[in-house]
Design a protein around this ligand. Structure first.
Ligand code: ZN
Length: 158
């Protein structure tokens, strides 16, 4: 397995298991069956050794080689998509943290999660001092102008 693919697989397993990547990497040095056994993962019956995972082993035929090329291209696309998703996730987290900081709310849950380890659900907007009072004032001014507008024809759901 190439190093980039191995890193991606270890990161995926780390997310699923909550185990540190370095611990998983150390575990993987004992081979896939040992790692699977430590993680409590049942290996497929046809799996006999790490050799079964060697994507660089000579293919049995051209069709197999073509399938392997297609799978590698598919995997490469998935790796690219994963990187895009990680960037989008990081941007979303940054935005939520900015809004929470501006509102003076818990950056993890905005006060919406009673099990939040940071605030136990008490971090509602206004709980803390705003990190950006000017922006907060602008938001509040805009909101108060809209709230002062005539009521809509249909009542808002409660
Ligand atoms: Zn919280």
């Amino acid at each position: 397995m190439n190093p980039a693919m191995e890193q991606m697989m270890l990161q995926l397993v780390a997310r699923r298991t909550g185990m540190p990547v370095e611990e998983l990497r150390a575990m993987s040095r004992g081979g896939a069956p040992a790692m699977a056994a430590r993680l409590g993962i049942e290996m497929p019956p046809s799996f006999e050794s790490d050799e079964d995972l060697d994507v660089h082993a000579p293919p049995a035929d051209l069709a197999a080689e073509a399938r392997l090329d297609a799978l590698e291209a598919q995997l490469s696309g998935l790796v690219d998509r994963l990187a895009e998703c990680e960037l989008a996730y990081a941007a979303a987290v940054d935005l939520v943290e900015y809004v929470a900081g501006t509102l003076g709310a818990c950056p993890s849950c905005l006060g919406c999660d009673a099990t939040c380890p940071q605030c136990l659900g008490r971090g509602i907007p206004g709980r803390h001092r705003s990190a950006d009072p000017r922006t907060l004032q602008r938001w509040l001014n805009n909101l108060s102008r809209r709230l002062a507008a005539p009521a809509p024809l249909t009542p808002a759901p409660e």
